[in-house]
Design a protein around this ligand. Structure first.
Ligand SMILES: [Zn+2]
Length: 229
């Protein structure tokens, strides 16, 4: 098939390695700082509860969720879902992740524009990811390059989404760092380094997703651009 050629490997092998590397890095940072207790002795769930009160985010609930590093904030139900490792662990990594998710709850409460923009892109991305493929494949098969280019345009929603994700995630992390310091949940320089390490590693995975989406797009561009009518 045309998408399993050497050009594909040229674009997607670096992307794959980058995703592997960043995912390994985020896990190792998380594991390292999961073993370091936070000086406040608060678990992730307790830290989140304290931050909910201190930020006056009444109405935000905390629930637990299965899996590892599956923590997220659900704006539809105003719920902070924390994994067992974060909710029940009084470590630097646990409070860092809990505070990051709370950062998303704050964004939601403030109607933070980039968060709304990202949410608005979701339906377009869901449709674009399969419709883009189909248009590109049919366009190439029929040698209808305009159709293929339209497919690239539709498919580029994924890269746009990855781009829109960056400010949302970086902002949630910077809120988390500030909140943890302001409320005294973390105090020492070592804890500050730990929180930065965990949250910056997580941010790198979003950069890797963006790079992957761009490489995928560039692959299609090179594929269609290389065709003769
Ligand atoms: Zn996040």
């Amino acid at each position: 098939m045309f998408f399993y050629n050497s050009t594909y490997l040229l674009f997607m092998v670096p992307a794959f390695l980058l995703m592997m590397l960043t995912s390994w890095y985020v896990k190792s940072a998380y594991n390292k700082w999961s073993k370091v207790p936070s000086s406040s002795r608060l678990t992730g769930a307790q830290a989140a509860q304290r931050l909910i009160s201190s930020s006056a985010l009444y109405g935000v609930k905390i629930e637990s969720v299965g899996g590892n590093l599956s923590d997220h904030y659900d704006p539809r139900t105003k719920t902070l879902r924390l994994s067992q490792g974060v909710a029940n662990n009084a470590s630097v990594a646990a409070v860092a992740v809990a505070a990051h998710e709370l950062g998303h709850a704050m964004q939601d409460a403030e109607d933070y524009m980039p968060l709304r923009l990202r949410a608005a892109l979701v339906p377009a991305v869901n449709i674009g990811s399969w419709l883009g493929w189909i248009l590109i494949m049919v366009g190439l098969f029929l040698n209808a390059l305009n159709l293929a280019w339209l497919g690239v345009l539709v498919f580029s929603g994924g890269a746009l989404f990855a781009l829109a994700t960056l400010p949302v995630e970086l902002n949630a992390s910077s809120r988390a760092k500030q909140l943890l310091a302001d409320t005294g949940i973390i105090q020492s320089e070592q804890e500050r380094r730990g929180v930065n390490n965990v949250l910056n590693a997580a941010a790198l995975t979003y950069v890797a997703s963006l790079v992957t989406a761009i490489l995928q797009l560039l692959y299609f561009v090179s594929l269609i651009g290389g065709r003769r009518r």
